[in-house]
Design a protein around this ligand. Structure first.
Ligand code: 4FV
Length: 249
């Protein structure tokens, strides 16, 4: 997969995309993250990429020219078509479902705003969709682009050493993840639940599913409302709720 990032701070993206699982995915040729700086397309000798907002108001906006030329240049970099995604608080909230959709694509172009954002005509005519990582305001879209690159990059086949771990991700089944433990078995902070050292994998799967359901019920009932529970899940959740009430009454 190829991800092109249009940003005034390419060094930030290059550093984020060069480490850990994403960095290794690039080394393994599973992912290519390239950056393109709109300032390289500015035509005046001050290399201006921003302008005052018409109608007044605080701050500056990124202007059409450098953005249009940057988008055209990365689009024409290969024959494959690419979806142009602008990161902004006005976008649809990023979910694992959207991440899985992006991860199946050959190409993605991420447009990072700075200042107060970009001229609306760029969004209307050159952007396919807007994505938000959350209801708060960042000083630039780069951090949001880095979130997308990481979430999509780790899902490239072969990026995770143990492919299984992506299958057991949070939200993969629409629920929160279960608790995880590693050595030491016992510590001042507490002991590892016996069941996990029983070797009874059917019981361990059941315990993990029960914890994931229980946590989702306690912390994110909105998630639970969106998933359909089979008989085992309903029985496990009822069990968890009974035990939780007993423990907290
Ligand atoms: C943002 C978000 C975000 C808004 C103006 C960049 C900033 C500035 N992007 N999810 N929340 N973007 O705050 O994606 O240009």
């Amino acid at each position: 997969m190829r991800i092109d990032v249009i940003t005034l701070f390419p060094e930030f993206i290059d550093s984020c995309a060069g480490i850990g699982v994403v960095g290794r995915a690039q080394e393994r040729g599973l992912l290519q993250v390239t950056t393109c700086n709109p300032r390289d397309f500015a035509t005046d000798n001050h290399r201006t990429v921003d302008g005052r907002p018409f109608g007044g108001g605080p701050g500056m906006l990124m202007t059409i020219g450098p953005l249009r030329d940057a988008i055209e240049s990365v689009k024409s970099a290969t024959a494959q078509s690419a979806r142009v995604v602008y990161l902004s608080p006005q976008g649809a909230r990023l979910t694992q479902e959207k991440v899985l959709e992006f991860a199946r694509m050959d190409r993605l172009i991420l447009l990072c705003g700075r200042y107060e954002g970009v001229d609306e005509r760029v969004l209307e005519k050159l952007v396919d969709e807007e994505v938000s990582i959350g209801d708060y305001v960042l000083s630039g879209g780069e951090l949001a682009a880095a979130v997308v690159i990481d979430a999509v990059g780790r899902l490239q086949d072969g990026a995770l050493n143990d492919a299984q771990s992506a299958e057991q991700d949070s939200f993969t089944d629409g629920l929160l993840d279960c608790p995880h433990y590693t050595r030491p078995v016992s510590d001042a902070l507490g002991d590892v639940p016996e069941i996990l050292m029983s070797g009874d994998h059917a019981m361990i799967r059941r315990w993990r599913r029960k914890q994931a359901l229980g946590r989702s019920w306690l912390r994110r009932p909105d998630l639970l409302a969106r998933v359909s529970l089979d008989d085992e899940a309903r029985a496990l959740l009822d069990e968890f709720r009974r035990e939780h009430r007993a423990a907290n009454s």
